[in-house]
Design a binder for this molecule. Sequence first.
Ligand SMILES: [Zn+2]
Ligand SMILES: [Zn+2]
Length: 371
Amino acid sequence: MTAQRGNNAFRIPDKMKAWVLGKPDEIRLTEKPVPQPAAAEVLVRVDAVAICATDLEIISHGVPAKIGGGLPFEKNFTPGHEYMGTVVKLGPAVDEYDLGDRVTVEVHAGCGRCERCRQGMYTSCLNYGEPQKGHRANGFTTDGGFAEYAINHINTLVHVPDDMTDEEATLVVTAGTSMYGLDVLGGLIAGEGVVVLGPGPIGLLGVAVAKALGADPVILTGTRDARLDLGRKLGADHVVNIRGEDPVVAVRRLTNGKGVHFVVECSGAPEAMNQAAQMVNRGGRICLAAFPHEPVLVDLAYLVRNNIYVYGIRGEGQSATHRAMALMKQKRFDAKLIHTHSFTLDELPTALKYARERIDDAIKVVVKIPH
Ligand SMILES: [Zn+2]
Ligand SMILES: [Zn+2]
């Protein structure tokens, strides 16, 4: 560890490099003042930041980012939410972290005062997008990690062990989202069948987390063999390429006709909800962690008759990121397998292009920031 703990060893400049959103699909590198941490906050020197499909959505369409109650364009807003770094300055009375601590971050700091935040559901904060009430969602409603420094509430920090690389640490929040999906399904998945639909980053790490928690069997469905092979490496007992076999038939076949107790839907495909319903057994549970872009027809009568529960999740609530880190720290799965490309901060537009066009089979593209 190069940083020194417990003293003011970090020279912090007044200005930093930061990418900001201009018009839709326009992102430019500029200089901003380095922000100052308030009470219960720290200044994080961003060392690495992963690109997420949601970043691409925000840069093109604005939503789900929201600045000042509206779209985030031309507001000097810095996106980027899957970052990690080093604590370089403490806000007043912060003693939970030391200077030099390596941390990875959760996206959402709830307001801490609304009913949902009090229940631990801070990703569904009722004061979402109201920073004056204490809410932050970095890269969504407050400045994010495509910059040299970022402010974080201490509740959003997770310690990174010394033997974990910066790149791997950027993936913890993705695993945390997968973990939260399993949490809302009830958490007790050891010995239960879990189907994950869609081998994107959340689906692939959903497989890994489900397996690490003892799910049996874990089945992954998708359309690309390379991704499905990766799913196998991350713990899937069975993979189904839906171009070759109907996924409902396949799940019934693999479970001797019984179906599974849990489905985590990470594909966003319009037909996924009805398929998930056919994959679970009576009383089964479905978590929706992705969404189609258009409204879809759902056979509600089937859900009612079969007592099927459906949950939605947004992000990484209930401290799931801490539990995901616990599994990764114990090397229960190798999240690094989904990291495919690295670029520097100056190369962000190229990094975004790799992620958007999946150039060279890109899955997780990470931007490294040397200091
Ligand atoms: Zn993300
Ligand atoms: Zn709240």
